[in-house]
Design a protein around this ligand. Structure first.
Ligand SMILES: [Zn+2]
Length: 230
């Protein structure tokens, strides 16, 4: 079952609860992390000891900026799940992609997201890593140790299980090359990071703030009809 985190700040964060424990998705700021932990304890009635993993749908500061705070209350074996391309950013082999449409897309979405701000810590990001601006790129380490990361993919498949309650990763590059979505076949729940914006009342739409719009559009269209594996 997916629990949206209502006071997530700039990012839409989620908790997946299942028989095998909990999975946290995109705790993007310290304020988001605190909201996540509150939902786990008060709404889900579960414990932080049950968190099996924290998924970053992509390596942007507003999706990773509260991971260290969540990890602090998790067991030592809790992993951070990232697409394998993030390893290239951290190793300096590949630059963090620069983005298109800052003025027409990013600032518009950020403005609309203001209605989710509740506290200053929603703007407190733990690291300058994941800021897609020239001069930032790969210069800053992530707010969590590399030894905590479990790398996703890298073997050519675009869909694979994450070993948690029937959830699959679907690789959905476009917003960034390392963007992933999480999909549950049985419940037909989809968590797709920044690929689709749902800030307007008339439903989700393609996020034009992206690295490669044509690729993002391809995945957006594929989610508009039943997903066909393979
Ligand atoms: Zn993003």
């Amino acid at each position: 079952m997916v629990h949206p985190v209502p006071e997530g700040g700039l990012v839409r964060a989620y908790i997946i609860s299942g028989a095998e424990g909990l999975m946290v998705i995109d705790p993007g700021s310290v304020g988001t992390a605190e909201a996540v932990m509150s939902v786990i304890r008060r709404i889900c009635g579960r414990s932080m000891a049950e968190v099996r993993g924290i998924v970053a749908t992509h390596f942007h500061f507003d999706h990773i900026g509260g991971i260290r705070r969540v990890l602090r209350d998790c067991p030592a074996e809790t992993s951070v799940l990232c697409h394998h391309r993030v390893r290239d950013y951290l190793d300096g082999v590949r630059p963090l992609p620069l983005m298109e449409n800052w003025f027409t897309a990013f600032f518009t979405a950020a403005l609309k997201s203001c209605r989710y701000f509740r506290r200053p810590s929603h703007l407190w990001f733990e690291s300058l890593a994941g800021i897609p601006l020239p001069g930032f790129g790969n210069r800053f380490p992530p707010p969590f140790g590399k030894e905590r990361i479990r790398w996703l993919g890298g073997d050519g498949r675009v869909r694979y299980g994450i070993g948690f309650d029937g959830w699959d990763v679907i690789e959905t590059p476009g917003h960034t090359g390392d963007s992933i979505s999480l999909y549950h076949e049985e419940s037909r729940e989809l968590l797709c990071g920044d690929l689709i914006l749902n800030l307007d009342r008339d439903g989700g739409r393609l996020n034009p703030f992206c690295e490669d719009r044509a690729t993002a559009e391809k995945h957006f269209v594929s989610f508009a009809r039943p997903y066909a594996p393979g």
